[in-house]
Design a protein around this ligand. Structure first.
Ligand code: ZN
Length: 162
């Protein structure tokens, strides 16, 4: 059965709202090997990402923070997606996800193959929402690279809790 596009969009929206209502992996991670903080000043979304890393593999990924439905759902699904992945695989996921929501023509020819994460593909039509959807991923990337600074799309946006 093929779903008409409008039904598919409703389904995607329902998944995002569901993850916002019951986010996966939203908790502090005791003994985390990596942590990074992200901030999206356009919307006010704040997120901290925690990782437990064993060798080059992500054993556990969690997040804390406050934000809109899209940023929370994205963080929920991001932490699910990178669980058990190697750091390289997580970086590749970041690139593919980023390419999907920004409609980057350079990655268009490559198969997206993002599974559930494809629910965010519609975000590319709403530029103001792209930063909400990518915040968790930028913060993940900072945690992987072990950045100590708050990730932000704006200069001088410090985290008062850091
Ligand atoms: Zn937002």
């Amino acid at each position: 059965m093929t779903l008409p596009m409008s039904d598919l969009r409703d389904l995607y929206q329902e998944m995002i709202l569901d993850h916002n209502r019951r986010p996966h992996n939203r908790r502090n991670l005791e003994g985390a090997d990596r942590r990074a903080d992200g901030y999206n000043p356009l919307c006010g979304d704040r997120i901290s990402v925690y990782l437990k890393i064993d060798g080059d593999r992500i054993r556990e990924a969690t997040f804390e923070g406050k934000g809109c439905a899209i940023s929370t759902a994205s963080a929920s699904m991001m932490t699910d997606a990178v669980h058990g992945k190697t750091l390289d695989e997580a970086r590749q996921l970041f690139t593919r996800f980023h390419g999907m929501v920004t409609d980057d023509s350079a990655t268009e020819s490559a198969p997206t193959n993002l599974g559930k994460l494809e629910v965010f593909s519609g975000v590319s039509q709403f530029p103001a929402r792209v930063k909400c959807a990518t915040l968790a991923w930028h913060t993940l990337k900072a945690a992987i690279e072990d950045a100590r600074e708050v990730v932000s799309s704006e200069e001088g946006a410090g985290d008062p809790n850091a």
